[in-house]
Structure formats: C-alpha cells, structure tokens
Design a protein around this ligand. Structure first.
Ligand code: GUN
Length: 296
C-alpha cells in the first residue's frame, strides 16, 4: 500500500485565506493587526523561519515588525524590550524566536510576554487554558496545525489510539493534551512516548495515529507502524548530503520512503506540518486583536 499525502501547503493556503478575510474585516474597522517578531543572534535556521513568518504576515495584510538583536544582548535588555512591547497598544502579538543564545533564559522570556499577546501560546496561563479545554484564546501553533491537518483531511481521532512521540513543551505535551480533549476533532485515547520509553515500538505498532515529534532524523521506521495508520511528521532536520546543492537535505522525524509504504495517510517534509505552523501563528495574531478589542 502507498499512503495518500496530506498536502500541508494547500491546507495552509486555505487557512490563510480565511485569516486574510478576518484581517480585512479588522482593517475595515480601522485596526491593522501587528505582529512583532524578535530574533536574537544570527542562527541561520531561525533567520529563515522569521523571514517566512514576516512574509506571510504581510501577504495576509497584517503588519509585521522584525526586531533583530545582537547575540550578546543581555537578559535585562531583552526583558525590557518585552516590557515595552507588552505596553504598546499598537502591538497585538509578540513572538521571540527560539532557541535563544545559551546565556539567555527562555523560561523567563515565556513568563514575561503578556498572555494576551502570547501568539506562541507558551505562557503558563495559556498552556493551562489549553489543558482544561478552554477554546477561546490562543492555541499552540504547531499542535493546532496538526489538529487542523487531521480535521481538514477527514480523519477523526475520536475513539482512535493515538501515539505521540516526543514530550517537548512546544509539540509533544500540547498535542497530547489536545488529542485527549472531550471535544469535536479530538477524543482520542492518547499515549505519549519519549526518549525514556523502553521498547517504544510496542506502542507505535498499535497506533491508529502517530504524531512524531522527537527531533531525530528519520526516527520512525516502517516496521514501527501498523498498516493503514495515519502518520504526522513534525520533524524538520538538516542532514549532511554532499550531493545536494546546499550540502544538506531537510528530512523529517519519519523515514518517509519506508513509512509511506505502510501508512494510509502521511505528511511530507517539507510541505506538511511546517506551513501549518505559520498559518496558525497568523490566526493567533488575529485572535490577539480580538482579545485586545474585548479588553480581555
Ligand atoms: N523555534 C522553533 N519553533 C518555534 C516556535 O513555534 N515558536 C518560537 N517562538 N520559536 C520556535
């Protein structure tokens, strides 16, 4: 069997169209959504991510402000900037691109960003809301992107056995919480496996749905997947490839060639989850405008 491909680019384009319409409605009321993206240092992958976020923002009619700070920026300088952005009524959303240089404290940054402007949905208040099933407000971008891909591909997780591989705060933990919610488009039985799980494949082999977010290139092999399972690949890894024009290739956390022979539905890398992450960030920026307008 060869799996059908979930086209993340096409689905993200649909979501972005909806967001552009919402942006136009705000602009008709005299409000332009503003997202500020802060990049500290010159990590090449982060530079590409930030550029893509900025470009998409502008394509959808929003204003994107990029603030690039030198790698030597101190913690207090960064926190002072966040304080100013929190207080600026023109700014709706704030995103500080991670990873930060090693001397900076990411947790302190997450706590410092106003929960009302936290378009990443990393602040503990927003993470708590997610866990207890609040549907208003922000949703974490990559996990919400995965949920949208499933919904818009016609896969209903209800009653299915879902295995999430990875327990990061950005993907593994929130997607586990989202899939288990008693809600439309969720209601799965969920198991989260990770680097501390012995014989991890005994779980993945039973799964109807696998969300792979472990950060290891081509980790999920064909013999770890039940025939007909749905497989979502969250990984973006650069691997050396002297034959490639740039000297590297981008691969996911799933061995695509093997797993696409076993699964029924699969996301490619690139062109799967990646475009959805940005689409959900754009949607969260519009949500930030709504929160500001509601005075919430
Ligand atoms: N670095 C990698 N993914 C993300 C993300 O979703 N948000 C931020 N702020 N940084 C990231």
């Amino acid at each position: 069997m060869s799996a059908a491909i979930i086209d993340g680019k096409a689905i993200a384009a649909q979501v972005n169209q909806e967001t552009a319409a919402a942006v136009a409605a705000w602009k008709a009321k005299g409000i332009t959504p503003v997202l500020v993206v802060v990049l500290v240092g010159d990590d090449p992958a982060s530079q590409i991510y930030v550029r893509n976020k900025t470009r998409t923002c502008r394509e959808l009619g929003m204003e994107s402000r990029q603030i690039v700070l030198p790698a030597q920026t101190t913690q207090s300088e960064l926190l002072a900037l966040i304080g100013e952005l929190n207080a600026d009524p023109e700014v709706h959303g704030i995103l500080v691109q991670f990873p930060l240089p090693a001397h900076l404290d990411e947790q302190a940054v997450i706590h410092a960003i106003s929960p009302k402007k936290d378009v990443d949905c990393f602040h503990p208040e927003n993470v708590g809301n997610l866990l207890i099933g609040e549907t208003e407000g922000f949703s974490p971008c990559t996990p919400r992107g995965v949920m949208e891909l499933l919904a818009r591909s016609g896969f209903d997780p209800a009653g299915k056995f879902a295995v999430v591989i990875g327990r990061s705060n950005i993907v593994g933990k929130p997607i586990t919480a989202m899939l288990m919610q008693k809600a439309k488009g969720a209601n799965a039985t969920v198991c989260c496996v990770h680097s501390g799980t012995p014989d991890l494949a005994q779980y993945t082999r039973q799964a109807d749905l696998i969300v792979c977010a472990i950060g290891k290139p081509e980790f999920l092999r064909g013999d770890m997947v039940k025939p007909g399972a749905v497989v979502i690949d969250v990984g973006i890894n650069r691997v050396d490839d002297p034959a490639a024009p740039k000297g590297y290739r981008v691969v996911g956390d799933v061995d695509y060639d093997e797993v696409s022979q076993v699964a029924s539905l699969i996301t490619p890398v690139p062109g799967g989850v990646g475009p959805m992450t940005i689409a959900m960030l754009m949607r969260n920026t519009v949500t930030a405008v709504q929160l500001a307008a509601d005075g919430k």
